[in-house]
Design a protein around this ligand. Sequence first.
Ligand SMILES: Nc1ncnc2c1ncn2[C@@H]1O[C@H](COP(=O)(O)OP(=O)(O)OP(=O)(O)O)[C@@H](O)[C@H]1O
Ligand SMILES: N[C@@H](Cc1ccc(O)cc1)C(=O)O
Length: 362
Amino acid sequence: MTPEERLKLITRNTVEIVTLEELRSKIEAGEKLKGYLGFEPSGLFHIGWLVWANKVKDLVDAGIEFYLLAATWHAWINDKLGGDMELIRKAARHVVDVLEAIGVDKAKLKVVDAEDLVSDKEYWAILLRVAKNNTLARIKRALTIMGRRAEEAELDFSKLIYPAMQVTDIFYLDLDIALGGLDQRKAHMLARDTAEKLGRKKPIAIHTPLLTGLQGIGRMNPSMVDEEQHAVEFKMSKSKPETAVFVYDSPEDIEKKILRAYCPAREVKFNPIMEINKYLLFARPGFKLVIERPEKYGGTIIVESYEELEKLYIEGRLHPLDLKKATAKALIEMLEPVRRYFEQNREARETLEELKKAAITR
Ligand SMILES: Nc1ncnc2c1ncn2[C@@H]1O[C@H](COP(=O)(O)OP(=O)(O)OP(=O)(O)O)[C@@H](O)[C@H]1O
Ligand SMILES: N[C@@H](Cc1ccc(O)cc1)C(=O)O
């Protein structure tokens, strides 16, 4: 791959790179780069997570040495899975299974557990230096990276340590690239600013878009919803299963969920069905959306690009129900390999069943 091709692969389907110039210069200089993504292993894998999972695949394919951090202690701080560490570890293994199911080369992923980091005393020395160089106000503002508002740390001091841990993870692993959804920006900016103060490597942040939950934004006016409110209240989230399509949902469930989803006519902003098309379906080169309609409603059409779909929808030339039916069909097809993977892998299936049970009983 030429440097230009690598850069194209790394940057496609992202919403923000901080900064592109830094990335370009490292790629052009042929530097060996280390990247990571951290996730809270806390349950089932929804299609919002596929947005970053596809990016992990791109980065691995572009030759980035890639770390996947199972943020087990972070999930524990964030009250996930009732604080049951055994289950949290299982949830971490499950994420690796899904990545394998979508075609990420497992041999090229370096999976690390937060446990491995915190058991080294050097980790805590870095954490104290991070804390020493930041104000309480800045740390509080960063709490949205764990899907919480600042007030939520009032009764639980460990929550205030979380943002400093996330920054410490980046320094401890000595990373060049930090990948995450857009809601992780505050952690990455904190890491970049703190890196300057501590004379450490300043990570390049790569952000992927956040998929809105199936419930949409209700009666809110889309232009009144800011990024932060979207990240905390409206994004698809495994803590709110009714907002999510899970990657191993049956075709019937996928169809039912999509048909029930929020999908206002002519509106594309925060419309989860349009976003599924933009961030997942059309994100794959060569994808075409086949919309089957009776002749009296305009007949079958084949949409070749997301831009074309958006134009049709905004102009009212595509009815939400037709869009939903076509999207459900395409999504069912896209997720077929994942369903097959779980059918064929007993161990992966058993872990999944256990997590499903835990999700229901908690
Ligand atoms: N709806 C979404 N669309 C795209 N990316 C997402 C979405 N939700 C979370 N992410 C990304 O997934 C990674 C892990 O996030 P996180 O563990 O907070 O997921 P979550 O589903 O919101 O979980 P929880 O419901 O437990 O808070 C982060 O990089 C985050 O930006
Ligand atoms: N804050 C991330 C999880 C995470 C934890 C630690 C990290 O180093 C990175 C990411 C989330 O909620 O999804």
